[in-house]
Design a protein around this ligand. Structure first.
Ligand code: SAM
Length: 337
């Protein structure tokens, strides 16, 4: 079977696809308060274009695909995309990341279309706070979505939490305790510096080391070996049905094991989340280019994939990167988290 290797001998087999830049929430740390001007409809890749890219990528070694956004569930007919990708030759794993707001009405259809598992972003368990940090979101809808996902048999259910000091960091223990009741994977992800109205600051950043020590105040945690866990390191509280994962893109970056490419909603392949380098596929896709040309561009994006990002944990370093806009200029909602 073919595999794709980059210059640093990493196997690149994972493609994250943002299918829309639109979102039905406006997280304070993810989007400016007045939202973003949405891309014009014609700028966004059509499903047939996405399917073609995945088919070509699968022929040369991509094995895993994640659908994300913006908010993927706001795009019409997302189940059509899922069912087109589920049986594509070469693709072994298909997943989706959502904020869960529309999930209760879609979970069953997603599962029937062939989706097996799902990640849900959830940064507060308190309705008032959730409303505040999403600028109007209803936590109850997310819970209904999570329940619907469980009922539809999507598993594992992963809940992604970004702890931010002074915003939701006092809920780390409560999130960890959820694993005592539910079979979910609660995954704590370090807050990354993206250009969002200055919410990011070194003072707000909490390292996985600190998050872990707060979790340990809830109870003893024991490492768990999880196959294909990606960058997450997993633990379990005694007798808990669920697990706790830690993901440290900043304090202990996993660039050495990075296996991914990102496709933005407007058709740009982005080899590294933290680098502005992008390869635009749209002119070729819409200019009648043969598959060989698309394949060449995919390979090119792998060739230019950087060895890693230089963001370290030292505050001064992070701060100056932000100030100099050396971190991503596109907000996360525009890249596809
Ligand atoms: N709308 C979907 C959702 O909410 O899951 C998918 C897109 S959202 C951009 C994907 C993920 O990116 C979310 O889990 C969010 O928490 C994460 N994210 C956004 N900005 C981030 C940041 N600055 N640092 C860490 N994670 C971030």
């Amino acid at each position: 079977m073919t595999s794709l290797k980059d210059r640093y001998k990493r196997t690149i087999d994972y493609l994250r696809i943002s299918i829309t830049d639109r979102c039905n929430l406006r997280w304070v740390y993810c989007m400016p308060s007045d939202g973003l001007i949405p891309l014009e409809h014609k700028e966004i890749l059509r499903y047939e274009e996405i399917i073609r890219i995945v088919r070509i990528a699968a022929e040369i070694g991509v094995r895993r695909v994640r659908i994300t956004g913006g908010e993927p569930l706001v795009r019409r007919n997302v189940t059509h995309l899922i069912s087109s990708l589920r049986n594509m030759e070469g693709i072994k794993d298909l997943s989706l990341t959502t904020n869960g707001i529309l999930l209760s009405g879609l979970a069953k259809k997603l599962a029937e279309s062939g989706l097996k598992r799902i990640n849900i972003s959830l940064d507060s368990l308190r309705p008032d706070r959730f409303k505040e940090i999403t600028r109007g979101g209803d936590l109850n809808l997310v819970w209904k979505g999570i329940e619907a996902a469980e009922e539809a048999g999507l598993a594992p259910i992963k809940l992604n939490v970004v702890p931010i000091r002074g915003l939701n960091s006092d809920e780390i223990g409560d999130f960890a305790k959820l694993t005592l009741k539910y079979p979910y994977q609660i995954r704590f992800i370090e807050f990354m510096p993206f250009g969002t109205e200055g919410l990011w600051s070194p003072e707000r950043f909490i390292s996985v080391e600190e998050i872990k020590s707060i979790v340990e105040s809830v109870g003893t945690i024991t490492p768990v070996n999880v196959k294909r866990s990606g960058p997450a390191v997993y633990f379990r509280l005694d007798n808990a049905p669920g697990m706790i994962g830690f993901i440290s893109p900043i304090s202990n970056h996993f660039c050495k094991e990075c296996n991914r490419l990102r496709l933005t909603a407007d058709g740009k392949l982005r080899p590294c989340l933290f680098s502005e380098t992008e390869i635009d596929l749209k002119p070729s896709l819409r200019g009648g280019a043969p598959d060989d040309e698309i394949e060449r561009l995919i390979k090119l994006s792998i060739e230019v994939k950087p060895r890693g990002h230089n963001i370290g944990i030292r505050s001064s370093e992070l701060w100056s990167l932000m100030k100099n806009k050396e971190c991503s200029r596109r907000p996360m909602s525009r890249i596809g988290g």
